[in-house]
Write a protein that binds this ligand. Structure first.
Ligand SMILES: [Zn+2]
Length: 261
């Protein structure tokens, strides 16, 4: 790396505009280089002046001339180089400060520095949005069930039948809001979540014959609301058993809830 690279980096370093790798390399070099040390001091003074005066819209003519000479590769005598370099440096700083004011550099720095953070926030937002959509769907299902219960209860023929916990879940509770021709809704509470591969199955029992009335799962709090289709004839008993998840045509598992006759 020729020293010219460091000359070019001084202004950027003074503006804290080097990337992490460049900054580390420049600082390692700066520790042993009096030339860069003095240029850095000059550039900080020039930067302070720029900040105090505000960025010039156009670099002063002598700065522009120095810059053009430099671009043209003009070999300036060594004793004049310091002045030229200082003018050039000031021109660079004016331009850089104007860019900072214009928001260009700021935008790039913000993007680079916060890209990872923005990515994390975006992922988190999308996860929350999915959670919210799931919760909203569950809530809508529940509202629809409550609406169905309210509609049922408007009919004087609707009965509310209590169910008691049995077998493996003696503390479980249940209610069936029931209309013989319309069917109804069963509400359960305090049922443990069914083991993997299992589900709760509802039965309407008429004349001693059980009819399958659908499978359901409970939520984390042990609650569920399940739609029960009308039975084949007047229902004498409601029961819930633990069965293989797809459901079975006739009960095989233990009764977890049953209505009191
Ligand atoms: Zn140096």
């Amino acid at each position: 790396m020729s020293h010219e690279t460091f000359d070019d980096q001084v202004a950027a370093y003074a503006l804290d505009a080097l990337d992490a790798g460049e900054r580390a390399a420049f600082e390692a070099h700066l520790a042993g280089c009096t030339r860069c040390e003095s240029t850095l001091r000059e550039s900080r003074e020039a930067l302070a002046a720029v900040v105090l005066e505000g960025p010039a819209a156009v670099p002063p003519p002598d700065v522009k001339a120095a810059l053009m000479r430099r671009v043209a590769g003009d070999a300036t005598p060594v004793h004049r180089r310091t002045d030229t370099r200082r003018l050039w440096l000031r021109g660079v700083l004016v331009a850089a400060a104007a860019m900072v004011v214009g928001g260009f550099l700021t935008g790039m720095f913000v993007a680079a520095r916060y890209e990872a953070e923005l990515g994390r926030v975006a992922r988190e937002t999308s996860r929350l949005r999915e959670d919210l959509a799931r919760q909203e769907a569950a809530l809508q299902t529940r509202v629809a069930a409550y609406q169905a219960i309210v509609d049922l209860l408007r009919d004087p023929a609707t009965r509310v039948i209590a169910m008691r916990g049995a077998g493996p879940s003696p503390t479980a509770e249940g209610r069936v809001v029931w209309h013989e021709t319309a069917g109804g809704q069963v509400l359960v509470a305090k049922l443990p979540p069914a083991p993997a591969g299992k589900a709760y199955e509802m039965w309407t029992i008429a004349g001693g014959k059980p009819t399958a009335a659908g499978v359901f799962q409970v939520d984390e709090s042990g609650q569920a609301i399940h739609r029960v289709p009308p039975g084949r004839g007047p229902v004498d008993v409601f029961a819930i058993t633990l069965e293989p998840a797809p459901g079975v045509p006739a009960p095989t598992g233990p009764i977890v809830l049953a209505s009191t006759k």
